[in-house]
Design a binder for this molecule. Structure first.
Ligand SMILES: NC(=O)c1ccc[n+]([C@@H]2O[C@H](COP(=O)([O-])OP(=O)(O)OC[C@H]3O[C@@H](n4cnc5c(N)ncnc54)[C@H](O)[C@@H]3O)[C@@H](O)[C@H]2O)c1
Length: 399
């Protein structure tokens, strides 16, 4: 007898179907029926966020889910801007890894996070590769203060190259490589220095700049221009998610005390009762952005859908003499002004056109110089003289 004949003769098929039917009927009787759509949507809303993230497999995080619980690397996070960015990311609920070689940054800027389990600090030079599993990379590592790239003895020429060009080129390459490898989104903090001594005023992102390739500031300017080029190549050629910010002069608490930037110079000098040194005739202009505005702009850029580059700066324009006057008003009306010969390649004018950031990121600075400066002064005073710290919170007037 064949197996088929056996099944038919013994009526096994009937018993088989009865066996399936009984549990199906019981199941429908016991569990109240719900409309198929309602059941389906209820199931979806219970998928935890992380599971949804992992379903995408490629490591790319869908934009709509970027608001929370990300693993973020901030290179240069022990520095002035980086440490404020870390504050905001942790406050938002992200896990943050700071990678810094402490060339200009300081542990003190981050010490308030040392007990936070979502925070890690790694001493590492970005010139060397590193492997970390992350969703986003904010690449800030680069000493940004002019004293480190201006006139210096010959012996420092090699270290110029090492520090600036290598950090901007090798460091950026390493971080782009990491982003590619783990499928992270990458944000480069470039600079308004890519416009050099601009022939267009104010500077829009479409302006290609007027940079002296062989000047004393070139290692910084050209280093950042190369970093932008590399980022765009990775974006176009390897489909990497890239964001580029061109940062204009920024000030606020935790700036290096003697880093040679004009705001920190004036504030430190006025507090120490030294004359404010103005280079040239003092008619060159700059725009000054408070650090909380910048951090807000960087985060909006990272979360948004546009590559950039975007100018992030405060379009309020001040001559150096006007800035000195605001510092006198804020700290010491009797502070003297001392004129010195101007440095080579010092840009005559600097003012961002921020229409693009306004339109596409919905961002614009909120903190005026006269509002932000006292916060910085309070921080400087405390660090210089150990005075009681007044509130130096950076989250003023955030958008
Ligand atoms: N602050 C500004 O006004 C301004 C303007 C334009 C652009 N930017 C850019 O913003 C970023 C942050 O600037 P900032 O003002 O906070 O400067 P900062 O010097 O305070 O911070 C830079 C940080 O990078 C770290 N770093 C430097 N080289 C490194 C390396 N090779 N490996 C690891 N870490 C390294 C430093 O130790 C420091 O903590 C920089 O990329 C800078 O070019 C700043």
């Amino acid at each position: 007898m064949t197996p088929i004949q056996y099944v038919l003769r013994e009526q096994r098929l009937i018993w088989f179907f009865i066996g399936i039917a009984i549990p199906v009927i019981l199941f429908n009787l016991i569990i109240p029926s719900s409309p198929p759509d309602a059941f389906h949507s209820a199931e979806l809303t219970h998928v935890p966020r992380r599971v949804t993230l992992e379903l995408h497999g490629s490591g790319r995080v869908p934009l709509s889910l970027k608001a929370k619980n990300l693993r973020v690397v901030v290179t240069g996070g022990a520095g002035f801007v980086g440490s404020h960015l870390v504050d905001r990311l942790l406050e938002r609920g992200d896990s943050v890894i700071v990678v810094d070689n402490f060339f200009t940054g300081q542990k003190e800027n981050l010490v308030h996070h040392f007990q936070n389990p979502r925070f890690e600090l790694i001493r590492h030079d970005v010139v060397e590769p590193i492997l970390l599993e992350v969703d986003q990379i904010y690449h800030l590592a680069c000493p940004a203060s002019p004293v480190h790239y201006k006139f210096n003895p010959v012996k420092t020429i090699i270290s110029f190259f090492n520090v600036f060009y290598k950090t901007n080129v090798m460091g950026t390459l390493n971080m782009l490589g990491l982003a590619k490898r783990v499928g992270a989104r990458f944000l480069l903090t470039s600079t308004s220095e890519v416009y050099g001594d601009p022939l267009q005023h104010p500077q829009a992102e479409s302006y290609w700049g007027n940079v002296n390739p062989i000047g004393v500031r070139s290692c910084y300017d050209e280093g950042k221009r190369t970093a932008e080029t590399l980022s765009m190549d990775y974006h176009r050629g390897l489909n990497l998610e890239v964001r580029i910010a061109r940062i204009f002069n920024t000030y606020g608490p935790r700036m290096c005390l003697d880093d040679g930037r004009v705001v920190s110079n004036f504030v430190a000098q006025a507090l120490r009762k030294e004359p404010l040194t103005v280079y040239g005739d003092g008619k060159q202009t700059r725009s000054f952005q408070y650090v909380s505005d910048l951090v807000e702009g960087l985060m909006r850029l990272m979360e948004g859908e546009h590559v950039g580059p975007f100018n992030l700066g405060n379009p309020g324009e001040f001559t150096m003499l006007e800035l000195a006057k605001v510092v006198q008003e804020t700290i010491d009306p009797n502070a003297k002004i001392e004129f010195r010969p101007n440095t080579e390649d010092d840009p005559h004018k600097r003012k961002p056109d921020i229409s693009k950031a306004k339109d596409l990121l919905g961002w614009e600075p909120k903190v005026a110089l006269r509002e932000g400066l006292p916060r910085m002064v309070s921080d400087f005073r405390q660090r210089l003289f150990g005075d009681e710290k007044e509130s130096v919170g950076t989250n003023v007037s955030l958008a």
